[in-house]
Design a protein around this ligand. Structure first.
Ligand code: PMT
Length: 401
């Protein structure tokens, strides 16, 4: 189940040009399965209309007119009690000051005072206003009270100046919202190490031996672990993907570098989704190999087996309490995966059928069977890589209990 499903999110929108980006945020939240109720301040309404938010959330948006309407006395209290998270994006210097001092002169700030759920704000203002000691003091006060402050970013501002004051992008705010919603999840307090992508083994300064791994399955695992409240370290071979917000990223190229990075970490669980090389060139040419020298004969040697090295460190000295592997197989899927489960001493393995175009490398979907050392198995028919990730995280959490 997604971290958003069944979650009630209040989205406050204050008076900033960044308000137009909040419509995108509201839309993303609603599409992800959250119930989104929007409250606009008077200034917020000047930049973007309630109708915009109603259109993307499918629910009516509230304004200060509702403060004096029939349901006003229940509205802010009920919102304050039922919401899982209150997000104010964009949040102006004025609203930050009101929140810091407990002022309640509009529906948004009245609701913020009544709310018992966590509050996340995404400041947006001109650079000078953000740097002003009053704003900085107000933000410190809010942080001390446990308010989650995300951004602002540096860049081009509405004033035409450059500085720190831009609201961070909706996709990034969404990542912070996921972390806030997942905080008490099934992996709260646990550290999870995930590897992703295809390693690159250099032939010379220009050429590499690699594979088709896009990193999608590994990144989905890192996101699912974050959604479950884990502290996540993502060791990644080169990919074109944007890393999940909140994951600590360690970038590597070769299988040897991935092994070194894994050995430098200690975690409750290791999930090896990376397609690490089995073979690498015995030597790397220091200069670019020249065509005029003819077709080179490249001698290969075994690359270090990361999982075997980790498993080989002995159960007493184990760095990881749970170790999960993958087996990408184009034939004899279950037999080959069962052999890897045993030889790599894993807690379970995801047997990854890569014989069809819709599963395995580079696509968004996957077809996997989870195999356990006691002989039990769970078949996951074709589904999104994020669903495969959620299942693997569920089993990892169960084994960590
Ligand atoms: O990245 P995507 O495009 O989303 O594709 C996902 C995936 C197909 C790469 C992924 O789902 C997957 O199957 N990953 C494992 C690929 C692989 O290398 O499988 P393998 O059967 O060769 O290796 C078995 C296990 O040993 C794997 O967990 C692997 O990470 C690990 N290994 C492999 C080589 C090596 N030198 N050291 C290792 O630890």
């Amino acid at each position: 189940m997604s971290v958003f499903s069944g979650k009630h999110i209040l989205l406050g929108v204050t008076g900033s040009i960044a308000g137009y980006k909040s419509a995108d945020l509201a839309s993303k939240l609603a599409q992800a399965g959250a119930q989104v109720d929007v409250i606009l301040t008077g200034a917020g309404e000047k930049f973007v209309t309630p109708l915009t938010f109603q259109s993307v959330t499918g629910r009516r948006a509230y304004t200060d007119q509702d403060l004096w309407g029939n349901e006003a006395h229940v509205l802010h209290v009920s919102f304050g009690k039922t919401a899982d998270l209150f997000v104010i994006a964009p949040c102006t210097a004025d609203t930050i000051a009101k929140l810091a001092h407990g002022l309640a002169d509009n529906l948004l700030t009245v609701t913020a005072l009544a709310a018992t759920c966590p509050l996340l704000i995404a400041p947006a203002m001109d650079g000078g206003m953000f740097d002003h000691p009053a704003t900085q003091e107000n933000l410190s006060k809010l942080r001390e009270r446990g308010v989650i402050v995300v951004g602002p970013a540096e860049g081009h501002l509405a004033s035409g100046l450059k500085g720190t004051g831009r609201m961070i992008e909706p996709a990034e705010i969404l990542g912070h919202i996921r972390i806030a919603l997942g905080k008490k999840g099934i992996l709260a307090g646990k550290k999870v190490l995930v590897t992703a992508g295809g390693t690159q083994e250099a032939l010379d300064p220009v050429r590499v031996i690699t594979n088709h791994s896009s990193g999608k399955q590994g990144y989905a695992l890192a996101q699912a672990a974050l959604d479950s409240g884990a502290d996540v370290c993502l060791i990644t071979a080169p990919t074109a993907l944007t890393p999940p917000v909140g994951a600590r990223l360690v970038k590597v190229n070769s299988a040897q570098e991935m092994l070194n990075a894994v050995l430098a970490e200690q975690a409750d669980a290791l999930i090896m989704a990376a397609a690490a090389a089995d073979f690498r060139p015995k030597t790397m040419a220091t200069d670019k190999m020249k065509k005029r020298d003819g077709v080179p004969q490249i001698e290969l040697e075994a690359a270090p087996d990361i999982l075997k090295t980790v498993a080989g460190s002995g159960s007493g000295a184990k760095r990881f309490r749970v170790v999960v592997g993958f087996a990408a197989e184009s034939r004899d899927l279950l037999e080959n995966a069962a052999e890897k489960l045993q030889s790599k001493q894993l807690d379970f393995i995801a047997a990854n059928d890569i014989s069809a175009k819709d599963a395995g490398f580079a696509v968004d979907t996957n077809r996997v069977t989870l195999l356990f050392p006691d002989g039990t198995k769970e078949v996951l028919p074709l589904t999104g890589k994020e669903k495969v990730a959620e299942k693997i995280i569920e089993h990892t959490s169960r084994l960590l209990e």
